[in-house]
Design a protein around this ligand. Structure first.
Ligand SMILES: [Fe+2]
Length: 194
């Protein structure tokens, strides 16, 4: 069973995201994914017990959709922080190596996420096979397909994450949240892989 993380900050700790947005995001959206992910495992267990696989396609699709949503939300909530947690030298060096400079990385990351069609996620991840940081644009999170890609930094760009506060000013939200990335967590995730 997957359990929800407890947020290490309060709903109203971010000056640029309203309490209502954070509350809905955590208590409705994220909670829904976690509950449905756990339910999907129960549905699959029932199918195994009854040897009834007539709905296996729907069950597997639902498992991937809910599971990806639950995991990405956990990563997202963990990798933002109302207190600035600056990037360290190890990760800066790796970003410089793979993107040319931190500014070039930031520019690509922000443009990438701004240009996601509709809902999705901007993700900085690490490919162990290439020993390389890669930015992905994930529109359908159940279809994320670079199998050795480990997400290090995840930004939610579904409308529920910003629309109440930013309406159509998606880029402003991204620029603001970019300043509140918990780089300590991102580095920790990278260190565990690199
Ligand atoms: Fe979300």
């Amino acid at each position: 069973m997957m359990e929800m993380i407890t947020l290490p900050y309060k709903y109203n700790d971010f000056s640029f995201i309203s309490e209502e947005t954070m509350k809905n995001h955590y208590e409705i959206l994220y909670k829904g994914y976690v509950n449905n992910y756990n339910r999907a495992f129960l549905d699959l267990r029932k199918a195994r017990e009854e040897n009834d696989y007539i709905n296996i396609k729907a069950l597997e699709k639902n498992l991937a959709f809910q599971g990806a949503g639950a995991v990405l939300h956990q990563l997202f909530f963990e990798n933002i922080s109302p207190i600035k947690k600056p990037i360290d030298q190890i990760l800066t060096n790796k970003i410089n190596e793979d993107f040319g400079s931190f500014e070039a990385f930031k520019n690509q990351f922000i443009n990438n996420i701004t240009n996601i069609e509709g809902s999705g996620w901007g993700i900085l991840g690490y490919s162990k096979m290439l020993d390389k940081l890669i930015i992905l644009q994930v529109e359908k999170h159940q279809d994320q397909t670079i199998w050795d890609f480990v997400p290090l930094l995840v930004i939610d760009i579904w409308e529920h994450a910003y629309y109440l506060d930013y309406k159509t000013k998606k880029k402003e939200y991204i620029n603001d949240i970019f300043n509140y990335i918990n780089w300590a967590i991102v580095k920790e995730r990278y260190k565990n892989e690199g």
